[in-house]
Design a protein around this ligand. Structure first.
Ligand code: AMP
Length: 190
Protein backbone atom coordinates (compact mmCIF):
# COMPACT_ATOMS: atom_id res chain seq x y z
CA UNK A 1 0.00 0.00 0.00
CA UNK A 2 1.44 3.38 -1.01
CA UNK A 3 0.39 6.30 1.18
CA UNK A 4 1.55 9.73 0.13
CA UNK A 5 1.33 13.00 2.03
CA UNK A 6 1.30 15.93 -0.37
CA UNK A 7 2.71 18.78 1.63
CA UNK A 8 3.32 22.50 1.24
CA UNK A 9 1.98 25.92 2.14
CA UNK A 10 -1.47 27.14 1.00
CA UNK A 11 -1.38 27.75 -2.74
CA UNK A 12 1.53 25.39 -3.39
CA UNK A 13 -0.62 23.31 -5.76
CA UNK A 14 -1.37 20.30 -3.54
CA UNK A 15 -4.98 19.93 -4.69
CA UNK A 16 -4.14 20.22 -8.39
CA UNK A 17 -1.33 17.67 -8.20
CA UNK A 18 -3.29 15.28 -5.94
CA UNK A 19 -6.06 15.08 -8.55
CA UNK A 20 -3.53 13.94 -11.18
CA UNK A 21 -1.44 11.65 -8.98
CA UNK A 22 -4.44 9.82 -7.53
CA UNK A 23 -5.45 8.68 -11.02
CA UNK A 24 -1.97 7.57 -12.00
CA UNK A 25 -1.44 5.40 -8.90
CA UNK A 26 -5.06 4.54 -8.09
CA UNK A 27 -4.92 6.26 -4.71
CA UNK A 28 -7.82 7.50 -2.59
CA UNK A 29 -7.55 11.30 -2.35
CA UNK A 30 -8.45 12.92 0.96
CA UNK A 31 -8.43 16.70 1.07
CA UNK A 32 -9.38 17.80 4.58
CA UNK A 33 -10.12 21.30 3.24
CA UNK A 34 -12.61 19.82 0.71
CA UNK A 35 -14.28 17.69 3.40
CA UNK A 36 -14.70 20.79 5.59
CA UNK A 37 -16.04 22.85 2.64
CA UNK A 38 -18.58 20.12 1.78
CA UNK A 39 -19.73 20.07 5.38
CA UNK A 40 -20.11 23.84 5.39
CA UNK A 41 -22.13 23.65 2.16
CA UNK A 42 -24.42 21.02 3.69
CA UNK A 43 -24.79 22.91 6.98
CA UNK A 44 -23.63 19.98 9.09
CA UNK A 45 -22.53 20.28 12.71
CA UNK A 46 -18.91 19.73 11.61
CA UNK A 47 -19.28 22.44 8.98
CA UNK A 48 -20.56 24.91 11.55
CA UNK A 49 -17.64 24.09 13.84
CA UNK A 50 -15.04 24.46 11.09
CA UNK A 51 -16.39 27.54 9.34
CA UNK A 52 -15.36 30.14 11.93
CA UNK A 53 -11.75 28.97 11.92
CA UNK A 54 -11.51 28.60 8.15
CA UNK A 55 -12.92 32.03 7.40
CA UNK A 56 -10.25 33.61 9.58
CA UNK A 57 -7.48 31.59 7.97
CA UNK A 58 -6.87 29.61 11.17
CA UNK A 59 -6.45 25.88 11.50
CA UNK A 60 -9.47 23.89 12.66
CA UNK A 61 -8.61 22.39 16.09
CA UNK A 62 -6.78 19.05 16.04
CA UNK A 63 -9.45 17.11 17.91
CA UNK A 64 -12.11 17.94 15.32
CA UNK A 65 -9.80 17.42 12.32
CA UNK A 66 -8.30 14.14 13.50
CA UNK A 67 -11.76 12.67 14.26
CA UNK A 68 -13.00 13.64 10.81
CA UNK A 69 -9.92 12.29 9.00
CA UNK A 70 -10.00 9.02 10.98
CA UNK A 71 -13.60 8.43 9.98
CA UNK A 72 -12.80 8.92 6.28
CA UNK A 73 -9.79 6.57 6.46
CA UNK A 74 -11.73 3.89 8.42
CA UNK A 75 -14.53 4.01 5.86
CA UNK A 76 -12.08 3.51 2.98
CA UNK A 77 -9.54 1.15 4.55
CA UNK A 78 -9.68 -1.32 1.65
CA UNK A 79 -8.33 1.06 -0.99
CA UNK A 80 -4.99 0.69 -2.78
CA UNK A 81 -3.46 3.61 -0.86
CA UNK A 82 -4.15 7.16 0.20
CA UNK A 83 -3.01 10.56 -0.95
CA UNK A 84 -3.39 13.03 1.90
CA UNK A 85 -3.77 16.64 0.79
CA UNK A 86 -3.81 19.25 3.55
CA UNK A 87 -3.31 16.70 6.34
CA UNK A 88 -1.36 16.44 8.61
CA UNK A 89 -0.90 20.11 9.46
CA UNK A 90 0.33 19.79 13.05
CA UNK A 91 2.59 17.38 14.89
CA UNK A 92 -0.41 15.92 16.79
CA UNK A 93 -2.10 15.21 13.47
CA UNK A 94 1.04 13.53 12.13
CA UNK A 95 1.25 11.29 15.21
CA UNK A 96 -2.47 10.47 14.99
CA UNK A 97 -2.08 9.58 11.30
CA UNK A 98 0.83 7.28 12.06
CA UNK A 99 -1.18 5.45 14.73
CA UNK A 100 -4.24 5.21 12.51
CA UNK A 101 -2.30 3.70 9.59
CA UNK A 102 -0.54 1.29 11.94
CA UNK A 103 -3.96 -0.22 12.75
CA UNK A 104 -4.10 -1.26 9.08
CA UNK A 105 -0.46 -2.44 9.07
CA UNK A 106 0.64 0.38 6.85
CA UNK A 107 2.46 3.72 7.08
CA UNK A 108 3.35 6.87 5.16
CA UNK A 109 5.56 5.98 2.18
CA UNK A 110 6.56 9.57 1.41
CA UNK A 111 5.88 13.14 2.28
CA UNK A 112 6.27 15.07 -0.95
CA UNK A 113 6.62 18.79 -0.28
CA UNK A 114 5.91 21.37 -2.97
CA UNK A 115 8.32 24.24 -2.43
CA UNK A 116 7.09 27.70 -3.52
CA UNK A 117 8.10 31.24 -2.46
CA UNK A 118 5.63 33.19 -0.30
CA UNK A 119 5.06 36.05 -2.77
CA UNK A 120 4.12 33.58 -5.50
CA UNK A 121 1.75 31.82 -3.08
CA UNK A 122 -0.08 35.03 -2.20
CA UNK A 123 -0.55 35.96 -5.86
CA UNK A 124 -1.69 32.45 -6.80
CA UNK A 125 -4.28 32.44 -3.99
CA UNK A 126 -5.58 35.92 -4.81
CA UNK A 127 -5.94 34.80 -8.44
CA UNK A 128 -7.75 31.58 -7.40
CA UNK A 129 -10.05 33.60 -5.12
CA UNK A 130 -11.43 35.50 -8.12
CA UNK A 131 -13.00 32.34 -9.52
CA UNK A 132 -13.31 29.83 -6.67
CA UNK A 133 -15.64 31.79 -4.41
CA UNK A 134 -13.55 30.60 -1.46
CA UNK A 135 -13.90 33.13 1.36
CA UNK A 136 -10.39 32.36 2.59
CA UNK A 137 -8.81 33.14 -0.82
CA UNK A 138 -10.51 36.46 -1.32
CA UNK A 139 -8.55 38.71 0.98
CA UNK A 140 -4.83 39.31 1.40
CA UNK A 141 -5.02 39.47 5.21
CA UNK A 142 -6.67 36.05 5.51
CA UNK A 143 -4.19 34.56 3.03
CA UNK A 144 -1.27 35.98 5.01
CA UNK A 145 -2.76 34.50 8.17
CA UNK A 146 -2.98 31.07 6.53
CA UNK A 147 0.67 31.30 5.54
CA UNK A 148 1.53 32.45 9.08
CA UNK A 149 -0.33 29.42 10.51
CA UNK A 150 1.63 27.23 8.11
CA UNK A 151 5.00 28.50 9.38
CA UNK A 152 3.90 28.45 13.02
CA UNK A 153 2.32 24.99 13.17
CA UNK A 154 2.83 23.02 9.97
CA UNK A 155 6.33 23.68 8.62
CA UNK A 156 7.91 21.70 11.50
CA UNK A 157 6.50 18.53 9.95
CA UNK A 158 9.41 18.66 7.51
CA UNK A 159 11.71 17.61 10.37
CA UNK A 160 9.15 15.04 11.58
CA UNK A 161 9.22 13.21 8.24
CA UNK A 162 12.93 13.82 7.61
CA UNK A 163 13.61 11.88 10.82
CA UNK A 164 11.62 9.01 9.34
CA UNK A 165 13.64 9.27 6.12
CA UNK A 166 10.58 9.85 3.99
CA UNK A 167 10.69 13.59 3.24
CA UNK A 168 11.10 14.62 -0.41
CA UNK A 169 11.19 18.27 -1.45
CA UNK A 170 10.03 19.10 -4.98
CA UNK A 171 10.27 22.43 -6.79
CA UNK A 172 6.64 23.62 -6.96
CA UNK A 173 7.26 26.42 -9.47
CA UNK A 174 6.66 25.93 -13.19
CA UNK A 175 4.08 24.32 -15.47
CA UNK A 176 1.63 21.89 -13.83
CA UNK A 177 2.91 18.97 -16.00
CA UNK A 178 6.53 19.67 -15.07
CA UNK A 179 5.70 19.59 -11.38
CA UNK A 180 3.72 16.36 -11.88
CA UNK A 181 6.81 14.76 -13.51
CA UNK A 182 8.92 15.76 -10.50
CA UNK A 183 6.42 14.12 -8.15
CA UNK A 184 6.17 10.97 -10.28
CA UNK A 185 9.93 10.72 -10.27
CA UNK A 186 9.89 10.59 -6.46
CA UNK A 187 7.03 8.07 -6.25
CA UNK A 188 8.55 5.72 -8.83
CA UNK A 189 11.73 5.48 -6.79
CA UNK A 190 9.93 4.50 -3.57
P1 AMP B 1 -7.05 23.84 2.28
O1 AMP B 1 -8.19 23.56 1.37
O2 AMP B 1 -6.17 22.64 2.52
O3 AMP B 1 -6.28 25.08 1.91
O4 AMP B 1 -7.69 24.15 3.72
C1 AMP B 1 -8.55 25.23 3.90
C2 AMP B 1 -8.76 25.47 5.40
O5 AMP B 1 -9.37 24.31 6.00
C3 AMP B 1 -7.50 25.71 6.22
O6 AMP B 1 -7.06 27.05 6.17
C4 AMP B 1 -7.97 25.29 7.60
O7 AMP B 1 -8.79 26.29 8.17
C5 AMP B 1 -8.87 24.10 7.30
N1 AMP B 1 -8.09 22.83 7.30
C6 AMP B 1 -7.87 22.01 6.24
N2 AMP B 1 -7.12 20.96 6.59
C7 AMP B 1 -6.82 21.14 7.91
C8 AMP B 1 -6.05 20.42 8.85
N3 AMP B 1 -5.40 19.29 8.52
N4 AMP B 1 -5.98 20.90 10.12
C9 AMP B 1 -6.62 22.02 10.48
N5 AMP B 1 -7.35 22.77 9.64
C10 AMP B 1 -7.46 22.34 8.37
Amino acid sequence: MKNIVLFGPPGAGKGTQAEIIKLKYDLFHISTGDVFRNNIKNNTELGLLAKGFMNKGELVPDEITIKMLSEVVEKNKHVNGFIFDGFPRTESQAIALEQLLLKFNTSISAMIALEVDDEILINRLLERGKGSGRADDSNREIIENRIKEYYAKTAILKTFYQRKNCYYGVDGIGAIEDITFRIIDVINKL
